[in-house]
Design a protein around this ligand. Structure first.
Ligand code: NAD
Ligand code: IPM
Ligand code: MN
Length: 359
């Protein structure tokens, strides 16, 4: 029997609803593969602010560090939007990523045949799309110094963030991206704004330098504005995309809509050692929180990514992914994916449908 310690960060909004589904699914597959999970829940985001005044209490980081993997649902919401920046839920999430050294964020956007009609793009544009966005996660404009709101000599306020990357930061994410592309379609597109930004010029130079070590991977470059356009014009041209923190945030939400709903997209955040964090690409969806309307599949697929990338257990990962395909084959849909002839389910009922397939 192999046992894993998993930290659960349910967070805010729809977080607890979708986390409950993922935990039930993990409990269902575990015995079938000789695994046991030792789950520990910890506070994070708005829930942690309400309980402790801190969006990332030190004990949460300790619990995460002591575990084999971390499952995170989502954080944030209207209630905490006007707090000072250091007390915001989002600051807790950035602290978690930095604190665990999670510099590589893998965000797969794959269109499932069952969901072709759910995409806002034409079926012929999206059918067969299979993209992996490799987003740098602990650098760039999210973390660069100086940052803040400062007063100028004239007494006016000036907001500042700094987009900065060192050579070593670019190289380590670049290597993850080339290795990822090598396991996939052997095509890597690096996205930057090198026509305008010095930080992007260095990014491009370093990625070009790394290419010598990966002659089997075809490397291309796009400016981020063109990349956003190409993603919705002809997404099938992409295999693996590597980009910085902010561009990756934006492009992965755009890629989400190719697949029908942001409620379908999982992600894995990995460092060079220690536990990874596995979380949906979407946020806490405060507009539908507490209404049993959320799509839990991005969360469930994040649990599958945890098994595959964090715990090196491809068997149960595949079983979970297969259960998702089967439920979609049965025509079962949450509201975000609803279409003619489909059966509308709530979040909990979608969870039960997965359990019915798995048990
Ligand atoms: P969001 O992703 O929460 O929601 C955008 C839209 O997508 C909303 O209409 C929402 O209802 C819908 N949606 C999202 N996930 C869904 C799901 N699983 N099922 C059905 N519909 C879903 O983005 P937002 O509204 O810009 O942000 C809301 C809050 O979430 C903010 O506080 C933001 O900072 C936070 N956020 C957190 C994370 C995270 O925890 N990783 C990621 C993004 C945003
Ligand atoms: C994401 C989110 C976060 C980000 C926010 C909530 C800090 O949008 O995980 O995509 O910008 O990275
Ligand atoms: Mn985002």
């Amino acid at each position: 029997m192999t046992s894993y310690r998993i930290t659960l960060l349910a967070g805010d909004g729809i977080g607890p609803e979708i986390m409950a589904v993922a935990v039930a699914v993990l409990k269902a597959v575990a015995p079938q593969f000789g695994l046991t999970f030792d789950f520990t829940s910890a506070l994070m985001g708005g829930a942690a602010i309400d309980a402790t005044g801190d969006p990332l209490p030190p004990e949460t980081l300790v619990t995460c560090r002591q575990s084999d993997a971390v499952l995170l649902a989502a954080i944030g919401g209207y209630k905490w939007d006007n707090l000072p920046r250091h007390l915001r839920p989002e600051t807790g999430l950035l602290g978690l990523r930095a604190g665990l050294g999670l510099f590589a964020n893998l965000r797969p956007a794959q269109i499932l045949p069952q969901l072709i009609d759910a995409s806002s793009l034409k079926p012929e544009i999206v059918s067969g799309v299979d993209i992996m966005v490799v987003r740098e996660l602990t650098g760039g404009i999210y973390f660069g110094q100086p940052k803040g709101i400062f007063s100028t000599a004239s007494g006016e306020k000036r907001g500042v963030n700094t987009m900065a990357y060192t050579e070593s930061e670019i190289d380590r994410i670049g290597r993850v991206a080339f290795e990822t592309a090598r396991q996939r379609g052997k095509k890597l597109c690096s996205v930057d704004k090198a026509n305008v930004l010095e930080v992007s010029q260095l990014w491009r130079d370093r990625i070009n330098g790394l290419a010598q070590d990966y002659p089997d991977v075809e490397l291309s470059h796009l400016y981020v504005d063109n990349a956003a356009m190409q993603l919705v014009r002809a997404p099938k041209q992409f295999d693996t995309i590597v980009t910085g923190n902010l561009f990756g945030d934006i492009l992965s939400d755009a890629a989400a809509m190719l697949t029908g709903s942001i409620g379908m997209l999982p992600s894995a955040s990995l460092g060079s050692a220690g536990p990874g964090v596995f979380e949906p690409v979407h946020g806490s969806a405060p507009d539908i929180a507490g209404q049993n309307k959320a799509n839990p599949l991005a969360m469930v697929l994040s649990a599958a990514m945890m098994l595959r990338y964090g715990l090196h257990q491809p068997g149960p990962a595949q079983a979970i992914e297969q259960a998702v395909f089967t439920v979609l084959d049965q025509g079962k849909r949450t509201r975000d994916l609803m279409g003619p002839g489909m059966t509308l389910l709530g979040c909990q009922e979608m969870g039960q449908a997965l359990l019915d397939v798995l048990n």
